[in-house]
Design a protein around this ligand. Structure first.
Ligand SMILES: C[S@@+](CC[C@H](N)C(=O)[O-])C[C@H]1O[C@@H](n2cnc3c(N)ncnc32)[C@H](O)[C@@H]1O
Length: 267
């Protein structure tokens, strides 16, 4: 086991934390600076230090160089769309077989938050086929995934899947995050290995009903729908209790597994 503390290299991603209002995901490049109202931090002061190092801005405020979590990588993508939330994705990933070497489809790419997590999960030799119908979203997502360091595990495909379907894959999982997921289900049936998982999530219960109907009429079983509630706790000397405000609803989560048609049935 390697117990040494990794040294930050040129081009690495560092989570620079001053306080809860001043926290930055930074790719440290020579000559660049992290700027905040608490002062500037030259990236050259960070390069060569171990993760966990504490330094001072030019105004004397402390900053800490932390290793970004997978959730940090997701939350700090440049967002042009809504993104999947870590509380939902953590659960959904465990409802699939996705791991190193897996081949998976996702639709739509959106801002690439899910793309980068899937790419990280399937690395080093798996692949994510990421479908998106809007070029500007795909380009932004490509940059987000590249910055996170997982571009080699992603193939981006610009296409309206409802109209044109998927390429001829046989994948281990299909992740669907589009407003009309039921339009994708017949295509998912053709692209997914028998016995494997489709997962999807939608903010509205009307979408869930249509999606479940589509899954049931396209050869999927073990359909389950759930919602994950997360409550942040305030832990303070003057009282410990849940935070009053926060994100109260993200999406309903759907998972199902594909069964093969009876042998001899060509559909
Ligand atoms: C909510 S965003 C996905 C966000 C993404 N999961 C993330 O975490 O960043 C939905 C995306 O699906 C795309 N989309 C919707 N319908 C589509 C279709 N039929 N074919 C391809 N992309 C589609 C939209 O353009 C949009 O970018």
């Amino acid at each position: 086991m390697n117990n040494t503390n990794a040294t930050i290299q040129k081009g690495d991603l560092v989570f620079v934390y001053l306080d809860n209002r001043r926290q930055f995901l930074v790719q440290v490049l020579p000559g660049a600076q992290v700027q905040s109202d608490f002062g500037n931090i030259p990236c050259d002061d960070i390069i060569g230090q171990p993760y966990g190092t504490t330094g001072k801005t030019h105004l004397g405020h402390a900053y800490h160089c932390l290793k970004p979590s997978t959730a940090d990588l997701m939350f700090k993508v440049k967002r042009l769309t809504t993104i999947v939330y870590p509380k939902d994705l953590g659960y959904l990933l465990l409802e699939t077989t996705v791991g190193p070497g897996s081949r998976v489809i996702e639709i739509g790419t959106g801002s690439g938050a899910l793309t980068l997590v899937l790419a990280k999960m399937v690395a080093p030799d798996g692949i994510v086929y990421s479908y998106e119908r809007r070029d500007e979203f795909m380009e932004n997502a490509r940059k987000n995934v590249e910055r996170a360091g997982f571009i080699k595990n992603v193939t981006f495909i610009g296409r309206d899947v409802a109209q044109e379907g998927f390429d001829d894959h046989m994948v281990d999982a299909v992740f669907i995050d589009v407003p009309e997921p039921w339009e994708i289900v017949p295509h998912a049936t053709r692209a997914l290995k028998g016995g494997y998982h489709v997962v999807a999530w939608s903010p509205n219960i009307e979408q869930v009903k249509r999606m479940v109907d589509a899954l049931q009429s396209n050869g999927f079983i073990r359909t389950q729908v759930s919602e994950i509630a997360e409550r942040e706790m305030l832990v303070r000397e003057r009282g410990v209790r849940p935070r009053e405000r926060g994100i109260t609803h993200t999406a309903y989560l759907i998972r199902a597994q594909r069964i093969l048609p009876p042998s001899g049935d060509k559909t």
